[in-house]
Design a binder for this molecule. Structure first.
Ligand SMILES: [Zn+2]
Length: 291
């Protein structure tokens, strides 16, 4: 299977780029959740950007929760990304297939509608840092660019794309993110603006070229600092869902125990189901009592 590669590097001293081919990652998710094209494109864009942003985290115990809440058919997208390049995510409505009448392109912005984009960085014991912005177009790339400008005060270009084939499989998907580093000059801003104005959509470029060719074509000579692999990984476990279950109120747990039925919890991110028996629930309740 084709790998999901991310190249990180510099164009001159003040422009850092992240270029990723996430075709295999998005295809894996499309198959896993049987996503319709517009849902696949929407989740694929958020998931791809989340995976790249996860690699920007400094500490291996940190993670990013990226959420879109909106009033459109898709309603919610949730992604969790980690510094090792692994990511997981889901879209609330997997069955959206909506196309703009004029361009024939997948209507991601319309399927998302208006709402918010939230980015929460959890730093283990040190609490959370969270920032929320209003969605600009719902096309995702614009929304992340707005997020970086507003929340992190970083001028950047975000090109995000997912190309869905006629058989509804993912033809190509990727991210091209460029940001200015402290000390940048006016000419660096102009450079990025020109690049953004002339750049072909990233999904079209990934369909036809390797990552190295895309860098050469768009940026000319660059310095590559790092190469990473991006993967889809769910880290759910029986213990973790049990902990979540035990955050319910005592009364709710008693009611559940009284029903005397197995409790099934399905993980939204990987589809795995965990079953807890009424007996287990009773044991937890009596443990809690004796504690
Ligand atoms: Zn899971």
């Amino acid at each position: 299977m084709k790998k999901n590669r991310l190249l990180i590097g510099l164009k001159g001293p003040f422009i850092r780029f992240y270029l990723a081919d996430t075709t295999a990652l998005v295809e894996e998710v499309r198959e896993k959740f049987s996503l319709y094209p517009t849902s696949a494109a929407a989740l694929g864009r958020v998931l791809s950007m989340s995976a790249v942003m996860g690699t920007m985290l400094k500490d291996e115990n940190e993670q990013l929760n990226i959420a879109i809440h909106s009033d459109g058919a898709i309603s919610t997208i949730m992604c969790i990304a980690r510094p090792d390049g692994s990511v997981k995510g889901f879209v609330n409505n997997p069955n959206v297939y909506d196309v703009y009448e004029d361009s024939g392109k997948l209507a991601v912005g319309r399927a998302i509608g208006s709402g918010t984009l939230s980015v929460t960085k959890s730093m283990n014991m040190k609490g959370n840092f969270s920032s929320t912005v209003n969605l600009q177009t719902g096309e995702i790339g614009d929304d992340f660019a707005f997020y970086f400008a507003k929340s992190e005060q970083r001028p950047s270009i975000v090109s995000l794309g997912v190309l869905v084939d006629t058989d509804q499989s993912i033809r190509s998907a990727g991210v091209f993110f460029l940001e200015l580093l402290p000390g940048y000059a006016e000419e660096d801003i102009v450079y990025l603006e020109n690049l953004a104005a002339n750049m072909q959509p990233i999904s079209a470029q990934i369909k036809d070229f390797t990552l190295e060719e895309i860098l050469e074509k768009n940026l000319g000579e660059v310095e590559i600092l790092d190469e990473r692999e991006l993967t889809y990984r769910c880290d759910c476990s029986r213990e973790r869902f049990q902990e979540k279950l035990l955050t319910l109120s005592r009364q709710d747990l008693l009611d559940l125990a009284k029903a005397n039925q197995d409790i099934k919890i399905k993980c939204d991110f990987c589809g795995k189901t965990y079953t807890y028996s009424a007996q287990e629930l009773n044991d937890w309740l009596s443990d809690a009592e004796s504690a």
